[in-house]
Write a protein that binds this ligand. Structure first.
Ligand code: G3P
Ligand code: MG
Length: 390
């Protein structure tokens, strides 16, 4: 940050531009700060320049992840400017005819029970996990070795209703019905999760243990797959790869999504899995992030001006998205169209999953994947943006 404008040069009123930082590969590598990351965030805080952390990671409560990041980066951060892959799911409990607040949802992730607690913190009231189902009905997954070590009973809860079982529970009104399925972050037990998700997608209206007769009705367009009131399937992160401790990129949640879609294609004779995907690069996530960033900036302005001098505040003119993944961070910023007219510019760094020397390198940076700028690291990204804004 040496040589960057001082508060005297920039003034301390929050400007009309802001930053959105990806975390893995931009601020952190595994659990360690990337050189310059802490100083850069500290500089922005000291100069009242708004920013948001926008990650496709997840699996922890927002408050816990922010506390952990503050400690690792040595900068005090808050949840006011923090969006994880699954944070936008909180919008789905808002009152209205579409609200999922009181519906039964299936949630999975790295630690599905932790993901249940996150979902409950968003306001979802009836959350079931694959492990709850496995414990109530162990025959749903026939291979035993994974049962106890991966899904200990202590992290399960009794099901709100038993699952449909011919001759035992065959009255649908007393059987478990799942109204929506959520993948919060990267599942650990792909096999059980793919089995249960597929069971629900093949069921009649989300009653686990049933099979819809519409599936095989060839008179329906698309043979009737996913046309019998089955639960919608939500994914929060499409990253096929991400940057980890291994020297080559590792599978992300996108690989799990591809696995579910691949099995679905085999079962249905080539049909595309109907799903709702959020997280970067989807516009839904950028729209949510822009909203969070605007409220955060308004709050900074309010604090700066004092309540008595609160002036009308226009929308942000520009947001610089700093990321390491052309397929998520960069493509998302390039394609997103802000209703408020805010321009999103994309800056690619060399500290993460993309590298000119690996795989497709520069080949990968065409069309929507082409960043406005490529720099070495997050410090240089901010330096470049500040020059643009001078
Ligand atoms: O699971 C995390 C990952 O896919 C990427 O995180 O911070 O680079 O968006 P991030
Ligand atoms: Mg990243």
């Amino acid at each position: 940050t040496d040589g960057w404008p001082t508060p005297e040069q920039t003034g301390t009123t929050p400007p009309s531009f802001a930053f959105a930082f990806d975390i893995d590969g931009v601020l952190l590598h595994v659990a360690k700060p990337i050189p310059g990351a802490s100083e850069t965030l500290q500089y922005l805080q000291d100069h009242n320049i708004p920013f948001i952390l926008l990650t496709n990671g997840g699996g922890k409560l927002e408050a816990d992840r922010v506390k952990d990041l503050s400690e690792k980066l040595g900068v005090s951060l808050t949840t006011d400017n923090f969006v994880q892959s699954h944070t936008p799911f909180r919008q789905l409990v808002a009152p209205g005819p579409e609200s999922l607040r009181d519906k039964t949802i299936l949630v999975t992730g790295a630690d599905a029970n932790k993901c249940r607690l996150i979902a409950e913190s968003y306001g979802f009231r009836n959350v079931v996990t694959p492990a709850d189902i496995l414990h109530a009905h162990p025959t749903i997954w026939p291979f035993e070795p994974l049962h106890d070590p991966v899904h200990p009973a202590v992290y399960t809860r009794p099901l709100p209703r038993p699952i449909y079982t011919p001759g035992v529970i065959d009255n649908l009104s007393s059987a478990l019905k799942v109204d929506a399925i959520f993948v919060f972050n990267d599942p650990r037990d792909w096999a059980l999760d793919i089995q249960v998700i597929t069971d629900l997608l093949l069921s009649k209206q989300g009653y686990l243990g049933t099979y819809s007769t519409k599936n095989d009705d060839h008179s329906l367009p698309g043979c009737g797959w996913q046309q019998d009131g089955q639960p919608p399937l939500y994914f929060s992160n499409a990253d096929l790869f991400w940057s980890t401790g291994f020297h080559l990129p590792r599978f992300g949640q996108g690989a799990f999504q591809a696995a579910v879609a691949g099995v679905w294609r085999r079962i249905t004779g080539g049909h595309e899995l109907q799903r709702r995907a959020i997280g970067k690069p989807y516009g839904e996530t950028y729209r949510f992030a822009e909203q969070v960033l605007n409220s955060h900036r308004h709050e900074m302005l309010r604090r700066h001006q004092g309540n008595h001098r609160h002036e009308a505040v226009g929308a942000l003119k520009c947001v610089y998205m700093v990321g390491d993944n052309p397929e998520s961070d960069i493509a998302g910023a390039n394609e997103y169209v802000s209703e408020a007219g805010t321009e999103w510019k994309s800056v690619l760094v060399r500290t993460g999953v993309w590298s000119a020397d690996h795989g497709r390198g520069h080949e990968q940076l065409k069309g929507k994947f082409k960043p406005d700028m490529i720099v070495d690291d997050v410090g240089s990204a901010v330096g470049w943006a500040l020059e643009e804004e001078e």
